[in-house]
Design a protein around this ligand. Sequence first.
Ligand code: ADP
Length: 250
Amino acid sequence: MRDVGKTFANGVTALAGFSLDVEEGEFLSLLGPSGCGKSTVLRMIAGLTAPTQGEITHASPQAYRGSGRALDFVFQEPTLMPWATVYENVALPLNIANLSPAEARPRVDDAIARVGLAAFAGAYPRELSGGMKMRVSIARAIVGRPRILLMDEPFAALDEITRFKLNNDLLELWRSLRVTVVFVTHSVFESVYLSSRIVVMTPRPGRAFADLSFDTPYPRPAGFRTSADYAANCRVTTEALYDAMGSAAA
Ligand code: ADP
């Protein structure tokens, strides 16, 4: 994304001079206060809304043809069909893509197993906890084998213990699927735990204020959340966020 700006029809300028390179295979978090334009960035990457300034290019469009979908989205709300089972919800993108039930089945089974819900394929959303519904939503996003997974505060509505578990499981999915993740959050702690790289944004109109890379290796050890390394990374990120907030007021 090069010098991207977005001004909505109502005159609100969500982004101005926003530049970002997303590298293949990274786990990138966009961190910033509510309203700074994070969701707008994701929606523009997905082609759901167009920039009013600047440009967005995919370095190798041919890489997105063939085996899988270019990208898929996970939202804060799981947005499941309440009348359909877990299996039917996860199968939806393949049905829309006109795969036959026989072609779809192994892929749907695989996606459901990867999020740990193999025993719940026949369950309905009302029978599932919030964390399980989010797992279904993630399974539906990975069933099309996207190259890029766009995640918009997917765990913000979950309790902390569930969120920690889903953080770990998401990192395992990211590693095993070799998917590029662009993850939106306003949590310093979540972004530091998950990311190989964090782009800190200014308040609206959002632009990239700091670009932080941490060399903590993956898989991140069990004690990472309570380690001095994690605390130090959180401090650096918090300071960058404070500086980003201050830069807007100036
Ligand atoms: P974030 O994800 O960081 O919370 P958003 O990208 O959702 O921020 O929104 C950035 C700003 O743009 C907000 O002030 C929001 O109200 C505004 N906005 C988002 N979508 C629209 C829209 N379709 N029309 C008008 N304003 C919008």
